[in-house]
Write a protein that binds this ligand. Structure first.
Ligand SMILES: Cc1ncc(COP(=O)(O)O)c(C=O)c1O
Length: 395
């Protein structure tokens, strides 16, 4: 039966990371994966999470299934983190949330709910967007169109073009937005642009779906949520896909949540019920460990403030690396790399051609994607000069 089954190639990003692992050059640098790495190249476990884990191991009495909707402390913690206490209280039972296997699970369940409500709706995605969005949501049956977003010519967001393209959207269409730290470009709307987008979408009855995978890694926990909160103040219905992989460091534990804002409590409950039912069709109950840890971190005042301080340090380090990398590139190449210090989160495009990106990998053992997207957090004091010299050499 499976003798002639097609053998599929690895995912393009994971394939490059594997190629880097196989490279015998001791000075190789992996800037491909979207994983935070510290100065030693390690993706660390937050100390607040380690403490929560010790406590959980002591206190856990059962491994019985999680409730289908997920862990109550985690879901409450995530909603407050994303929306802030005031909006969380104000919106009350117009909000529901379902725990998911990571942010991918949240995007997927969000798509399932959209498809159940409006199977012919179009989802508008930024050009470019995270490459997993389309297979993850498209396999539900949704259709896509793209709106212009990152402009290589201006090395930034072409907001006019974005709105021009979204003029063609119909009422009830979904606009997929990155809440902060746009992956792959690192380019986010500014405060005025979020405001303009909120008004624009409200006037045209467009529904936002916000992928929120990097809260706290761009400018800070509340700063990074400002755009999404601005949308919520203007628009009655919304879906937010949250990942706890990066900002709580739970990558392999698969902790995430999808938050639903309904026009009223009944709608919000219906959205959550559809998500739970979609999960039941595929994997049944969500995984426990990561969400139980995050629930403990977010609900304990001590652990929460310890975690927030650790996250703030990560954010500062990323922004420090951005400044150092930008300065070093400008000094070495005499070209304008100022955009690197202005972008947010872990990703930026270097602005190289595919051929230059390939030469970086093949000749210099510096692994970047073909699009020249790099993970800034893969840089450190030990490899920064090497990367700068390699970029300069291929330019
Ligand atoms: C934009 C974006 N959304 C969602 C995710 C989902 O993350 P996870 O499923 O690992 O929590 C990622 C992870 O890289 C991402 O970059």
């Amino acid at each position: 039966m499976f003798d002639s089954l097609a053998l599929l190639p690895p995912d393009s990003i994971l394939g490059l990371a594997a190629a880097c692992r196989a490279d015998s050059n001791p000075d190789k640098v992996d800037l491909t994966l979207g994983v935070y790495m510290d100065e030693t190249g390690l993706c660390p476990v937050f100390e607040a999470v380690q403490q929560a884990q010790r406590d959980l191991v002591q206190e856990e009495m059962t491994k019985v299934y999680m409730p289908p909707q997920g862990d109550a402390a985690y879901l409450e913690g995530v909603q407050t983190l994303v929306l802030g206490e005031e909006r969380r209280a104000l919106l009350g039972d117009r909000l529901t949330a379902v725990q998911t296997p990571g942010g991918c699970g949240a995007v997927r369940l969000g798509a399932e709910v959209i498809f159940a409500a409006a199977p012919t709706a179009t989802v508008w995605v930024s050009d470019p967007t995270w490459p997993v969005h389309i297979p993850l949501m498209g396999s539900v049956g949704l259709q896509f169109k793209s709106y212009r977003y990152y402009s290589a010519a201006i090395r930034g967001l072409d907001f006019t073009a974005m709105l021009e393209d979204l003029e063609a959207a119909s009422p009830g269409d979904i606009v997929l937005l990155h809440g902060c730290c746009h992956n792959p470009s690192g380019v986010d709307p500014n405060a005025e642009q979020w405001q303009a987008l909120a008004t624009f979408m409200a006037e045209r009855a467009l529904v936002p779906m916000v992928d929120f995978a990097y809260q706290g890694m761009g400018a800070g926990l509340s700063e990074d949520a400002a755009g999404l909160r601005c949308l919520i103040d203007h628009i009655p219905e919304m879906i937010i896909a949250v990942s706890s992989s990066k900002n709580i460091g739970l990558y392999r534990e698969r902790a995430g949540a999808v938050i639903f804002l309904g026009g009223d409590a009944r709608a919000a409950e219906a959205m959550a019920s559809q998500a739970v039912s979609a999960a039941r069709r595929v994997y049944s109950m969500p995984p426990a460990h990561g969400a139980l840890l995050a629930g403990r971190v977010l609900s304990s005042p001590d652990l929460r403030s310890q975690w927030a301080a650790e996250l703030a340090q990560i954010c500062q380090r990323i922004n420090g690396l951005r400044r150092d990398f930008c300065d070093a590139l400008i000094a070495e190449t005499d070209r304008d790399f100022a955009f690197i210090s202005e972008e947010h989160g872990m990703f930026s495009f270097l602005g190289l051609s595919v051929e230059q990106a390939q030469r970086l990998r093949n000749d210099k053992s510096v692994y970047v994607l073909d699009s020249s997207r790099i993970n800034i957090a893969g840089l450190n004091a030990g490899n920064m000069d090497r990367v700068v010299n390699a970029v300069s050499a291929v330019l």
